[in-house]
Write a protein that binds this ligand. Structure first.
Ligand SMILES: [Zn+2]
Length: 450
């Protein structure tokens, strides 16, 4: 019998109760609830494995850093101890902070995103040290407390603590789940995002709509401006933008071909009869992962109450987000947008950037960390993992990893029914212990894989 497995088995109950202890500590960054207590608990737990410290971030939540073991390679591990708000509380079958175990699952806010994975990694390393011996590489943890509010201070933290992370050879990112066919998934990147508010202004105040005969309507002005951004074939028309988009490589196209994507099920779930331009198969996945979006997320002007109000509004605004792919950056897109509007006679439209945006993060699919994760997944799950070149979501991966030349892969112990960010968030106990085994394999493969 393998000593590692033996140790995990002997400590199974304690591992679960430690996980429950972490889940019972609320830590909602958006509500500034319990985050400092949570950071303290993570710090104490990591101190049992190696050197750990709390790094204060002025005006933000502290980051917990730890360093364990030594070797030729350094594996960076990114997690976050903050969670989404648990509301609406009445939709939870058992309390969001109770961490009740039933039906082989543990239910709590943060179980899947991201305390389950954080503790799974900690328990794997504890088991390795206790049963196998010293780690064959150096592991560095970076556990932040603002991921669910957009990692507002994380870029500054990285700038100030660059020397701690920059020598890493690869990074294990926070999340991952088995898909609907119980196949493990690995994700090698995140989409970037830039979010803007466009505003058109008219008269100093709302006017009687009779004045519309001689005073321009800002709602029309905004609509005309928006209409220059994209055509009805879903082509983004912003001058120069599509010229920057890098086409997928052969390796990336091969990876796309292997992604199972149940189009009929997804269309039924969304209640739509077709995807844009009737796309299907590889073309659909290529558009999903390798093309940018330009989305009107909200649009507002004038009177929208009951009945009629004959008014000429004095302003109109729209919120527009762009999901970014290589080689678009938030600042490039914002600049191209402003130039485009000015060139098309809409220089009067205000462009306000909301949030700082996130850069695109992509790791080469043949990088050592991705390779080690594939081998580890095969060893543990006895099935070929599904390799995603990117997730549909965004996060601070570029800031911590690609920006410093560190490739990253995301893998975790969730499943397709984990309900991250929703009521009854959960992970399955079996997945948790398989996840521990996966981390052990990942460490071994990454340490020796040249
Ligand atoms: Zn997360």
């Amino acid at each position: 019998v393998d000593k590692f497995d033996e140790y995990v088995k002997e400590n199974r109950d304690r591992f679960l109760s430690e996980l429950q202890g972490m889940l019972r500590q609320p830590s909602v960054a958006a509500q500034n609830l319990g985050t400092r207590e949570m950071a303290g608990k993570v710090l104490e737990r990591l101190k049992k494995l190696g050197e750990a410290r709390l790094v204060e971030v002025e005006g933000g939540q502290p980051v917990v850093c730890a360093e364990i073991g030594s070797g030729k390679r350094t594996l960076l591990i990114y997690d976050h101890y903050d969670v989404q708000p648990p509301e609406p509380l009445e939709l939870w079958t058992t309390g969001a902070w109770e961490a009740v175990i039933r039906d082989g699952k543990i239910f709590a806010r943060g179980a899947a995103d991201n305390k389950g994975d954080l503790m799974c990694r900690i328990h794997a390393i504890e088991s390795y040290l206790a049963s196998v011996g010293p780690l064959p590489l150096c592991v560095k943890f970076v556990v932040e407390g603002e991921e669910e509010i957009g990692s507002v201070n994380f870029a500054r933290f990285i700038r100030e603590n660059c020397s701690f992370v920059e020598d890493a050879d690869g990074c294990l990112w926070e999340f991952g789940a088995k898909n609907i066919n119980e196949r493990p998934t690995l994700t090698c990147g995140l989409k970037g995002i830039v979010y803007v508010e466009l505003q058109a202004r008219g008269a100093k105040y709302d006017l009687h709509s009779a004045s519309a005969a001689i005073v321009e309507d800002p709602a029309w002005r905004l609509v005309w401006a928006l209409a220059t951004l994209k055509d009805s074939n879903d082509r983004i028309l912003i001058d120069g933008l599509m010229d920057h988009v890098r086409q997928p490589t052969m390796v990336e196209l091969e990876a796309l071909k292997k992604i199972p994507y149940d189009e009929e099920k997804i269309k039924a779930d969304y209640g739509i009869s077709s995807f844009i331009k009737n796309l299907t198969g590889l073309d659909l996945l290529r558009k999903l992962f390798y093309e940018p979006t330009c989305t009107i997320c909200g649009i507002y002007s004038g009177y929208i109450g009951d009945g009629a109000k004959t008014v000429l509004p004095n302003h109109a605004f729209a919120k527009v987000d762009f999901r970014l792919v290589p080689n678009l950056t938030p600042s490039l897109v914002a600049e191209l947008l402003k130039n485009h509007l000015a060139r098309h006679g809409f220089g009067d439209i205000d462009v306000k950037l909301l949030q700082h945006g996130e850069e695109v993060a992509r790791s080469p699919l043949d990088s050592t960390i991705v390779h080690a994760a594939i081998e580890a997944a095969k060893a543990v799950y006895k099935s070929e993992p599904v390799l995603y070149p990117t997730s549909a979501g965004s996060g601070p991966m570029y800031t911590l990893c690609q920006g410093l030349g560190i490739p990253a892969v995301s893998a975790g112990c969730g499943w397709h029914g984990s309900r991250g960010h929703s009521p009854n968030e959960n992970i399955r106990i079996n997945d948790y212990f398989e996840g521990i085994r996966f981390i052990r394999e990942l460490i071994d493969h990454f340490a020796v894989d040249a």
